[in-house]
Design a protein around this ligand. Structure first.
Ligand code: CTP
Ligand code: MG
Length: 229
């Protein structure tokens, strides 16, 4: 069986969340946001190692708290793709899953759906349906409505054959604007990108209200497990 590593990108600052601690290290019900997805990936049997990519300022503490037999820690870059690239540098697996630390609620089900697509695609992204009505706009005027049945929301984890991803990352260096994810690089190279249906609960914590929702979800699951005892 081919080897698989996970790269959790956690090197962003979390400008939109607006706290003094980098977003991935903000406590969520007492534990750093990044620790939730780390735990899920480490408990999945298909995953060899997890590479945590953290800001320079957090390297020492993250290395102390998380580095071990199956976890490596490294520092990230200015843009997300550069953080991905730093993680790839220390992976020796054939396949990698890239995951946003800001999505604490990844599940085994979503990981398994990505894995199921491996025989077919070198790159598979997780997507969820768009539920809002989406419109174009100009100034203060609404424009055309876009057919939402043709749209999906793109999330992580995203899975790549590492060799193919490395080729894309080389190209990223010469792009005028940084790509928001690495699947965009794959498509620019003509690589077909597969989709696996994700879970809306695996949303990205971006703003203070997202943090409140995440806290409520955990509180609820804690209550449910207490109730079940
Ligand atoms: N990320 C990273 N390196 C960067 C930028 C982002 O590793 N240079 C990571 C973030 O830590 C996050 C994920 O990519 O887990 C998704 O990015 P985003 O949600 O935009 O996080 P931030 O960039 O930290 O937030 P903001 O854009 O609000 O500053
Ligand atoms: Mg960002």
């Amino acid at each position: 069986m081919s080897s698989l590593d996970v790269i959790i990108v956690a090197a962003g600052s979390g400008t939109r969340l607006g706290l003094s601690v980098p977003k991935a290290f903000v406590p969520l019900m007492g534990k750093p946001i990044l620790s939730y997805s780390l735990q899920t990936f480490l408990s999945h049997q298909a995953i060899n190692s997890v590479i945590l990519v953290v800001p320079d300022s957090m390297y020492e503490s993250a290395n102390r708290d998380y580095a071990g037999k199956r976890v490596k820690v490294t520092t990230g870059g200015e843009h997300r793709w550069q953080s991905v690239s730093r993680g790839i540098d220390i992976s020796d697996a054939e396949w990698v899953m890239i995951h946003d630390a800001a999505r604490p609620f990844v599940s085994n089900m979503v990981i398994d759906r990505l894995l199921a697509m491996k025989p077919k695609y070198d790159c598979v992204i997780t997507v969820t349906p768009e539920v809002d009505t989406i419109r174009m706009y100009s100034g203060d005027q609404a424009g055309e409505t876009v057919d939402r049945d043709k749209l999906v929301r793109v999330g992580t984890p995203q899975m790549f054959r590492k060799e193919t991803l490395c080729q894309g990352l080389i190209r990223a260096k010469s792009l005028p604007t940084p790509p928001t994810d690495e699947a965009i690089l794959m498509q620019q190279m003509g690589v077909k990108v597969g989709i696996a249906w994700g879970d809306p609960r695996n949303f990205k914590i971006t703003t203070p209200s997202d943090l409140e929702i995440a806290e409520a979800l955990i509180a609820r699951s804690q209550q449910m497990s207490l109730g079940g005892q």
